[in-house]
Design a binder for this molecule. Sequence first.
Ligand code: GDP
Ligand code: MN
Length: 418
Amino acid sequence: MKVHEYQAKELFARYGVEVPRGRVAATPAEARAIAEELGGKVVVKAQIHAGGRGKGRLVAEDGTAAMFARLTADAAAHEGQVRGERVGGVRLADTPAEAEREAASILGHHLVSIQTGPEGRRVQRVLVEEQSAVARELYLAIIVDGARGTPLIMASTEGGQEIEAVAARDPDAIARLAVNPATGYEPYIGRTLAARLGLAGEQAAALGKLAANLCRAAVESDASLAEINPLAVTADGRVLALDAKFTIDDNALFRHEDLAALRDRDEEDRLEVLAAELGVANFIKLDGDIGCIVNGAGLAMATMDTIKLAGGEPANFLDIGTVNDPSRVVNAIRVISEDPSVKAILVNIFGGMARVDVIAQGVIDAERELGLKLPVVMRLVGTNLAEGERLLAEAGLDVIRAESLGEAAAKAVAAARA
Ligand code: GDP
Ligand code: MN
């Protein structure tokens, strides 16, 4: 689960990670009042769960797709505007009146960045912060390194730009330091980071303290990502988090009621929210056009791979689990059918604990309840296959059958293109 920048900064502040003074506003008048409190010169920042806001653009709802196409076609032509141009999702304002005006042109509009996708995101809040005199922009993040099984601290002198681009250009420009889970953060890590970032004296000490506190915040919150980009070194020598991204492992939310309360459903994928509401547990929206209904996470991954091998693109990951109630299948089809990009559905079931007849009944019920408008390819094997076959034959359902997964994927790709 992602949280907003302002929420991440409130958390950082509680852990002693230095952030600019500021508060969140939902109206232009509130933004003005906060700017007055802060002494006038502020940064007004759109709060959405996507990065690249500084280089994004605000448009009306019907203009998001065209803007996304423009931004992705020529990212370089839309370079930053914090300094000067007032068009992106991060703007400088020198007076409270300006802050109010900038907030008014951000709030309620759709922000499109190269990370939002073609739908953009409607901005409902802005963070109003004191301006910082930035001397250097660094990068600092903590992620969970699944391969090593440790937190991993990453740092770079190339802050303020996408770290993926830095990694692609020059992997050595990113320092990587593992945190031993048994000992936790150790001071040598801060010293090593400071040396790699070219910080000495008080700044090195400040960085060490900040990294230690960030590490504690991340570990105690079960974060899978805590990212500060840019980490600013100010003209007066302070080290502070200008931006903040924080992602909490969904599987750990049960033990963080306070963090779970930060969830913003408006920022989450519409289909994933619907899936959760309908109890279709393991559903992840993807960008392709073939909807997948599969039992078992491993088989779901293999099905996605096979679709790609056949030249297609899966529209979702879905592990429907051990189904003993046809309504689960109906709900899965309901969610998939809500996705306008889906052109065909592939049902791939390896019946073990899950019974093929229950799945077949689910597809039959879906046809009755929803009226299946999409071609459905079914590959069924395993428990109660004969009974499933009988049900499908009796219902006279118009589905495309396949014997093997390879054949099913090829038929789904063909059906999606037809
Ligand atoms: P992002 O584009 O979504 O990653 O949003 P950021 O919070 O990183 O803001 C984009 C850029 O705005 C940063 O890389 C900074 O260069 C700039 N910026 C943000 N806050 C300030 C500030 O207080 N002072 C100055 N001078 N620049 C800022
Ligand atoms: Mn940033």
